[in-house]
Write a protein that binds this ligand. Structure first.
Ligand code: GRF
Length: 187
């Protein structure tokens, strides 16, 4: 199997990056991670790139400059898919068009519910019965593009922001890899 080259964008903890790197060890997994791009030099997640010898670039620039440098790196590494894994910036329409290939994101709620930040706080406030995570294609609107898959669980009355986060992230690690397998199944 010829694997596609993926680039993972991160900003923080990088636990999804860690899970994705683990998935790439399976010879049937359709992508290899050839590059990590990060907009925060203090991001803990950079450690996973370092210890797994995945090339990484920290780009501190803002707006257009960030995207221009990112695009140069992406071309250099012949990237076919971008995976947003806890990347805390909105990608512009121009970037999406210039890249011209698949960009996917993982979000800690059952989209279209609870787009944006502070999802767990809002889920608790709204007394939701069920929550989970969503993997979707990225368009120019926040947490908006076509949904690839969702995974869910029931919330119980003992759940807190912390337990919801823990349960959701455990689902995310499987959901992200499954979504990647799904989108490359027929091409
Ligand atoms: C994840 O919960 C993801 O859904 C959201 O940001 C978080 C990133 O976590 N977009 P990590 O950096 O992968 O640990």
């Amino acid at each position: 199997m010829v694997k596609k080259n993926a680039c993972v964008f991160i900003s923080g903890k990088g636990s999804n990056l860690k899970a994705l790197i683990k998935s790439t060890r399976d010879c049937n997994f359709p992508v290899n991670i050839k590059l990590v791009i990060c907009n925060n030099s203090d991001a803990y997640g950079l450690l996973y790139a370092k210890i797994n010898s995945v090339p990484f670039v920290v780009i501190n620039a803002q707006n257009n400059d960030f995207e221009n440098i990112a695009l140069q790196q992406i071309k250099k590494h012949k990237i076919s898919i971008i995976l947003l894994a806890g990347f805390m910036r909105i990608i512009s329409k121009k970037f999406i068009k210039n890249f011209g290939k698949k960009i996917i994101n993982i979000h800690p709620s059952l989209l279209p519910k609870f787009k944006g930040l502070n999802t767990f706080e809002r889920i608790i406030q709204k007394k939701e019965k069920k929550t989970g995570c969503t993997v979707h294609f990225v368009d120019e609107k926040l947490d908006n593009g076509k949904i690839i898959l969702k995974k869910s669980f029931y919330i119980n009355n003992k759940d807190s922001i912390e337990t919801l986060k823990k349960k959701t992230q455990a689902l995310e690690y499987r959901a992200f890899s499954e979504a990647i397998v799904n989108i490359f199944r027929y091409n």
